[in-house]
Design a protein around this ligand. Structure first.
Ligand SMILES: [Zn+2]
Length: 892
């Protein structure tokens, strides 16, 4: 800036020229001094800016009309024609050459030109002592408040930019890193390439071999937890072991025998009642309750192999007639009641499949039955059966007749997790609740079909035949073995003795938790798989997922090694105790719910990673789009069509979230959108020996995933999905998909109500939800479009560092969108929970009350309709509409 003394505002100068024309100015422009009449001289500094910005260069003609005339006559000269727009400055006037017209040099120094005749410039003199110092001080004193004001305004607009305002980290708009919106270290494409190239089938096979080499039942696998932690640390991911003290059972002893009374007496044995002794009863058949030891299957004969038993089954020794109850679904039992089959005091003989086994036992117990035996009927194995000419394992793909499905009989749809600590973590010293409503009080045992045959055949001729019931009763697959599928009950002289001895303990379980810290402190993605298995093997469930998770982490480790720093935090979990009832994951979610609520964008679960070639997915609709995109990035191991991706070979069906794996607490308790993915079996796949000794490494290597290529593929889908969610500046959730799905779920429910005699006339029941869903749909479409525009802007923004405020403004806009996406699923949580199972907080998703695995949508409303409870139905319609409106509000 030029010194004050010689810079004169143009307007001031003109008025000086005009008012003080009587004064004679002598100036020597060449020497940059002004000679005043009174003899004072002043140096001219500042001057005409050099170069083209002035509009006049040295030697150049003055603009048309001559600027000096114009400026005498008018002070409002067009700026673009005047070289001196705001400040009259003198330096370089001298070299101006205005040939042909009058030039400055031509004007005699004493001529009274229109320009100079009115000019008198007062010579510089300091108005007071220390003038410059005082001016500097004034400037400084003005600048400080201006600076402070700028900061205050910034803080008011972006409260947390400098750490002021709300302490809530969700409101923070600090730039996550200097490179934002780019990641640090690697760009997204480079990261994707690493995640596509690193996972290897051979490596997955190596991990699978380790995990399936010995028993690793929940609470009995510390060495595998430590081993897992060590591997993850080797891969470059900081890891720790998180322990909970959990109430579980371990098997001690069991017996299942078919007893027949000798002679003609038809009375049931009652110990000591009428002098009958054990000797009157003969053992018609006693089950081994063992799976065959196979030479071809290395772990099937381990000395420390795990007995066949049920998690959370009750201790007991019961002897009673028994009834074939089909799948033991709620409806099956209704059918039996309708047919006047006596159930109370009997033992239920139940087929596996269709619903979660614990709910079969639950309903039997509620109807007064005193024990349950659950077996695997080959009728549910589809095409691949011995009867259709397929050899059984290990010679072929059909089910080994001795295979037994272990599993939990917890009442999964009531509450998962440690049954003694519903809703809070099982930390040392935590208060323990009674378990009556969470686990059975009648004993149960699992059974193979080979050992079920004698029991089923003994029912031949007793009670109605299943074929006289509805079609759901017609699926038995042992007709060729002489089984008629009579329902029973067995006569009083033909009874089952079921003995189940379990040791119940409170024992530590170990989750392994690995963390890659992101640069955004409050946005995190969680990936999880459980580690515990019912058997020594578990090559499919869960260790195909465990092997894949190791490959995912190893791949992210390679990226870290290459200098990558993720935008969002990525957490990896190897859960313990899933099999008993989602123990490790549920307790962890219950403990970390404040952190998860504040930060968790999505939970990505893989339980069974690969036991077949069919990609299967269940998920929250918010993640549909991201999931589809991830499957498009990975080549299918099946290359019947060249370069086909997992997406190409997939039926694109995404099931709703039910339960049966570790996503449950995330989705239903914490309101975090989840997916559950894996390659599973299809109609032509070898039968998967679920929870059997034959879910082994040898089975996997020969039948499940020979070559482990699907293990590799699921690792890639999982890692790339995580990377998309962790690295895209605008979070890749899609609200419109959610709104669309919510409408579809409602249509189904409306159909159900229309077919109900109680609700078919209730035309207004759904009105408030319909209106709210319309609103949600509209706001979702707008919001997603805004988010897409914003992402586009971010991707094309090339903001230089010194325009930091522009970056902050853009980041602030992104934060607002991301916070809304992050919190959208949470809007559907209803704190009091569902009426009959308050642990479940989500009003859209829950496991079906009587299915367990399969998801129910709008569970509160469905259950009220099922119960014929009009008041309840309207109350739930109101709750749902309210939450949908609230969700819409967050997007508007
Ligand atoms: Zn599992």
């Amino acid at each position: 800036m030029a010194p004050f003394s010689t810079v004169i505002n143009r307007g001031e100068a003109l008025s000086l020229f005009q008012k003080r024309g009587q004064d004679k100015l002598d100036s020597d422009l060449r020497s940059n001094t002004i000679q005043y009449r009174d003899g004072r001289k002043s140096e001219i500094v500042g001057g005409l800016a050099k170069g083209s910005t002035t509009g006049i260069r040295e030697g150049e003609e003055l603009p048309h009309n001559g600027w000096h005339h114009r400026h005498v006559s008018s002070s409002k000269a067009p700026k673009q024609q005047h070289p001196l727009s705001d400040t009259l400055q003198f330096r370089h006037f001298s070299p101006l050459k205005m040939s042909e017209k009058i030039t400055m040099a031509d004007i005699p120094s004493d001529e009274r030109t229109p320009l100079i005749q009115v000019v008198q410039i007062r010579p510089y003199r300091a108005r007071y002592p220390h003038h410059n110092l005082r001016r500097s001080c004034t400037l400084l004193l003005t600048a400080i408040p201006a600076f402070v004001a700028a900061i205050v305004i910034t803080i008011l607009i972006y409260p947390d930019i400098l750490g002021f305002g709300s302490r809530d980290p969700r409101r923070s708009v600090r730039l996550p890193n200097n490179a934002w919106p780019k990641s640090e270290g690697l760009n997204y494409k480079e990261l994707q390439d690493i995640l596509k190239e690193t996972p290897k089938a051979e490596k997955a096979r190596e991990w699978s071999k380790y995990y399936t080499s010995g028993p690793h039942l929940a609470g009995k696998n510390l060495s595998q937890a430590l081993w897992t932690k060590d591997r993850w640390e080797e891969f470059g991911v900081k890891s720790s072991i998180v322990t909970y003290d959990i109430y579980v059972n371990y098997p001690i002893n069991h017996r299942l025998a078919l007893l027949e009374k000798e002679g003609s007496s038809k009375t049931k044995p009652e110990s000591g009642a009428d002098g009958e002794s054990e000797a009157d009863w003969k053992v018609k058949f006693e089950a081994t309750l063992e799976e065959d030891v196979l030479e071809e299957d290395g772990t099937s004969g381990l000395e420390d192999r795990i007995p066949t038993f049920h998690g959370y089954s009750a201790n007991g020794n019961v002897t009673a007639p028994y009834v074939f109850v089909n799948y033991g679904t709620y409806q099956d039992f209704e059918d039996l009641l309708a047919a006047n089959i006596s159930l109370a005091g009997k033992i239920a003989l139940i087929k596996y499949s269709h619903i979660f086994r614990g709910l079969k036992v639950k309903r039997a117990q509620e109807l007064g039955m005193i024990g349950a035996v659950i077996y695997s009927d080959p009728g549910d194995d589809g095409e691949i059966r011995k009867v259709n000419g397929y050899e059984t394992y290990p010679d072929g793909p059909a089910r080994n007749p001795s295979s037994v499905q272990r599993g939990s009989t917890q009442f999964l749809s009531i509450a998962p997790g440690d049954p003694t600590t519903p809703g809070y973590p099982s930390l040392p010293g935590a208060p323990r609740q009674p378990v009556d409503n969470a686990i059975p009080s009648i004993p149960s045992l699992p059974l193979s079909y080979a050992e079920a045959i004698p029991l089923l055949k003994a029912l031949n001729g007793h009670g109605p035949n299943a074929s006289s019931f509805n079609k759901y009763w017609h699926t038995g697959g042992l007709g060729h073995k002489g089984v008629h599928y009579n329902i029973g009950p067995s006569p009083d002289d033909l009874v089952l003795n079921l003995y189940n001895a379990q040791e119940y303990v409170i024992t530590p379980m170990w989750n392994v938790i690995g963390v890659i810290n992101g640069t955004i402190p409050d946005e995190a993605i969680v990936l999880g798989n459980h580690r515990d298995a019912w058997i020594a093997g578990g090559a499919g469930d869960p260790n195909s997922g465990s092997a894949a998770l190791n490959e995912v982490i190893r791949s992210f480790g390679v990226a870290l090694e290459a200098g990558w720093k993720p935008m969002r935090t990525i957490v990896f979990a190897s859960w313990d105790g899933e099999e008993y009832g989602l123990l490790g994951s549920t307790e962890w979610v219950e403990e970390y719910i404040p952190w998860l609520t504040a930060t968790n964008i999505a939970y990505l679960n893989v339980d069974i990673g690969a036991v077949g070639s069919y990609f299967k997915a269940a998920g929250a609709p918010l993640l549909n789009k991201a999931l589809m995109e991830a499957t498009q990035l990975v080549l299918s191991p099946n290359q019947t069509v060249e370069n086909q991706t997992v997406y190409d070979t997939w039926d694109k069906h995404i099931s709703t979230m039910g339960s049966g794996s570790d996503f449950t607490a995330f989705q239903d308790f914490a309101g975090i959108p989840c997916v559950d993915i894996g390659f599973n079996t299809g109609p032509d796949s070898p039968v998967y020996h679920y929870h059997s000794n034959y879910d082994s490494f040898d089975w996997m290597d020969k039948f499940g995933d020979p070559g482990f290529h699907y293990h590799e593929a699921i690792s890639k889908v999982w890692a790339l999905l995580a990377a998309n969610l962790a690295e895209t500046p605008v979070i890749q959730l899609n609200a419109t998909d959610y709104a669309t799905a919510l409408k579809a779920y409602l249509l189904k429910l409306e159909d159900k109500a229309a077919n109900s005699p109680i609700f078919s006339q209730e035309s207004t029941l759904f009105t408030s939800i319909e209106k709210a869903l319309d609103r949600l749909h509209n706001s979702s479409v707008t919001f997603d479009a805004h988010a897409a525009d914003l992402l586009n802007e971010v991707r094309h923004a090339d903001i230089p560092w010194w325009k930091w405020w522009k970056k902050v403004k853009l980041y602030y806009a992104v934060r607002q969108v991301n916070n809304a996406y992050k919190e959208l699923e949470r809007q559907f949580l209803y704190a009091p929970g569902l009426d009959s199972r308050p642990w479940f907080k989500h009003v859209v998703f829950a496991p079906g009350l009587w299915t367990g695995y399969a998801g129910a949508t709008y569970p509160g409303l469905v259950e009220a309709i099922d119960d014929g409870d009009k008041g309840g139905a309207y109350r739930w319609a109101g709750i749902i509409a309210g939450l949908v409106n609230k969700a819409a509000g967050t997007l508007e």
